[in-house]
Design a protein around this ligand. Structure first.
Ligand code: SF4
Length: 261
């Protein structure tokens, strides 16, 4: 039986693709972005988090091993909402491409049920994995963080070489896709990086639009609950004016741009 590890299933999600969606968070990510908003999803194994309760602090395990059929049953529960809203399921994480066999089996089941399937990915995966999964997807939300290779490695722990290669693969294919740019103060939202991304995006062929994802502080409590220091302590979210100016910059070159996905 093909099994996978999931750390959250979010129902009625509105920012992970079109319509009303169920977002499934796959556990495990090969990156370690300084700003990660899902630090509980990086380790591929279940992890322990402290949770407040009326009896005081208790430990809860985050991460659950699931069978394909079990996950598909959970996804199917809201098929009525998907059908009425033009929604579906979005696989996020963590990095779903890090569990390729499980993802493939779940995608096949969703395709058989005519459930719209989207993938939210860092793009860091072997090209063969992407080639196998792309025909099973109806939408890809592809993160592009930093163009400079050294800065990418510094802030995410990995090279961006395979990410850029995979991005070009997607752009040459038939699966609809959007670019997602996290706006992290001083790391990804610098003028140099955004101009480099804009120049790169101008050469893309099948991109459908750009989602800007401004940094927020919601994850700081998760670091505390994991017993980790918050790597983004003291860093404020970008101002609405700054985000609006970046949106204008990308819109001026003809892109459909959303804030927050
Ligand atoms: S790619 Fe996403 S899940 Fe992985 S470390 Fe970066 S922000 Fe976190």
């Amino acid at each position: 039986m093909t099994q996978g590890t999931i750390f959250k299933i979010k129902r009625y999600a509105l920012h992970d693709g079109p319509g009303i969606r169920t977002t499934v968070f796959f556990k495990g990510c090969p990156l370690s972005c300084r700003w990660c908003h899902n630090p509980e999803g990086i380790d591929p194994r279940p992890v322990s988090m402290v949770k407040a309760s009326p009896e005081g602090a208790v430990h809860e395990t985050v991460g659950e091993v699931m069978e394909v059929a079990e996950l598909v049953t959970a996804i199917e529960k809201d098929q009525l909402f998907y059908d009425e809203s033009g929604g579906g399921v979005t696989f996020s994480g963590g990095e779903p491409l890090a569990q390729p066999r499980f993802l493939e089996a779940v995608l096949d089941a969703c395709n058989r049920r005519d459930i719209h399937a989207a993938l939210d990915t860092s793009g860091f995966a072997p090209a063969a994995v992407l080639d196998r999964l792309l025909p099973r997807l109806q939408l890809v939300l592809f993160d592009l963080k930093i163009m400079d290779a050294d800065l990418h490695r510094k802030y995410t722990g990995v090279s961006n070489e395979s990410i850029i290669e995979n991005l070009n693969r997607i752009d040459g294919g038939l699966t609809p896709w959007r670019l997602r740019i996290p706006l992290i103060p001083g790391m990804t939202d610098t003028q140099t990086n955004l101009e480099q991304i804009a120049r790169f995006a101008a050469g893309l062929k099948s991109i459908q639009g750009i989602d800007l994802l401004p940094f927020h502080r919601i994850a700081s409590g998760k670091y505390r609950r994991l017993g980790l220091a918050d790597p983004m302590a003291g860093i404020d979210p970008p101002s609405p004016d700054h985000v609006a100016a970046i949106k204008d910059r990308f819109e001026s070159t003809g892109f459909d741009v959303s804030i927050g996905g």
